[in-house]
Design a protein around this ligand. Structure first.
Ligand code: AVJ
Length: 340
């Protein structure tokens, strides 16, 4: 466990060891898996930014539209009720470059004159970009960055005294976790909060009246091939970071909707039978990974929720959902919950 306030060397060492361990465990397992956090090297983070602007990828712009329509209400609701006295401090998990958060921060400044914003992210460069963005565009915000991987480490949130916390966990980031792991992440967060603090959770919704399965699937298999490039980039990353010998043209991006598990799955499908060598590294000796034709590496789950499932998940981590906002097409939900 480690929370480095700006110690890039220590971060990169621990990251490459984590990559080595993760890849050995995932590619020697049956079925083969790789964790989605492996997507986000520099190229992958850039590809993800491009995904958020694709016509098929409705998630980002829909959540932004919900914030744009309801930011004042959301902030008023978060400030209401019992809890620690004082102004709201906004803490964001996995803030990235914080492009949507500005709408909420501007509403917080309107409401209380000023606001402290604490973005937490594993990427120091993303945090630097986030704080530049915010400081240049929204007067009244004080930014305190925290470099922490909240998914792999306990979350010692650097909490300010005499304020109430509104924790932001937006972008459907929670969707990458199995229900059990999602509960773990939220419990970890809850342990850092006081009763009356609040959480704003962004979740993508299951197909419904206005949301077809085809539209959902297209968000993960766009016509420009950006999501395919994002998925395949993980192999390029392993070639670079581990000296692996993946030939990306021998794999194909595959996205599917798994209705039983209520999730989109992304896989990399091996086209021929093939063996890929991974050299020795900090996690152990060299090994080879054998693929049958059409065998896949499961690279991501992206869970989709009903409003009821969001409430149940929150309750399992000792939060009570107080209010939820959706876009008119019911593609996406933003739920405010109180720490009990
Ligand atoms: C960043 C986890 C919210 O699941 O929609 C986008 C990642 N994967 N396209 C999602 C992703 C493929 C994204 N999250």
């Amino acid at each position: 466990m480690s929370t480095f306030a700006f110690a890039p060397e220590a971060i990169s060492t621990s990251t490459s060891e984590a990559v080595a361990r993760e890849v050995r465990a995932g590619l020697t397992a049956t079925p083969k898996t790789l964790s989605p956090w492996l997507f986000y090297d520099e190229a992958g983070s850039h590809l993800f930014e491009q995904i958020t602007e694709l016509p098929e990828y409705y998630l980002t712009r829909t959540e932004r539209s919900i914030f744009a329509a309801h930011a004042d209400e959301i902030l008023e609701e978060a400030a209401r009720g019992q809890g620690p006295a004082g102004k709201l401090t906004l803490i964001e998990l996995g803030a990235g470059t914080a492009t949507k958060t500005g709408i909420l921060l501007a509403a917080a400044v309107r409401q209380q004159g000023s606001v402290v914003y604490q973005p937490v992210d594993v990427s120091e460069t993303a945090l630097a970009e986030a704080s530049d963005n915010i400081l240049n565009n929204i007067p009244g915000v004080t930014v305190r960055c925290q470099v922490t991987d909240y998914t792999r480490e306990a979350l010692p949130l650097n909490r300010l005294p005499n304020t109430r916390t509104l924790a932001l966990y937006i972008g459907s980031s929670i969707g990458n976790f199995t229900p059990r792991a999602a509960r773990g992440v939220l419990r970890n967060l809850r342990a850092q909060l006081l009763p009356g603090d609040t959480l704003l959770l962004g979740t993508d919704l299951v197909p419904g009246k206005h949301k077809t399965e085809a539209a959902l699937l297209a968000a993960y298999d766009d016509s420009a091939g950006t999501t395919a490039a994002f998925n395949l980039n993980v192999l390029t990353r392993l070639n670079r970071d581990l000296g692996a010998r993946f030939e990306t043209d021998k794999f194909r991006h595959k996205a599917l909707w798994n209705p039983e598990a209520s999730r989109i799955e992304m896989h990399l499908e091996s086209l021929p039978a093939q063996r890929v060598r991974i050299p020795a590294n900090s996690s152990g000796s060299a090994f080879a990974v054998s693929f049958n034709p059409s065998e896949t590496i499961h690279t991501e789950n992206s869970y989709k929720f009903t409003p009821g499932a969001v409430e149940v998940l929150l309750a399992s981590a000792n939060f009570r959902a107080t209010r939820s906002w959706r876009d008119p097409q019911e593609l996406f939900a933003v739920t405010l919950a109180t720490a009990l």
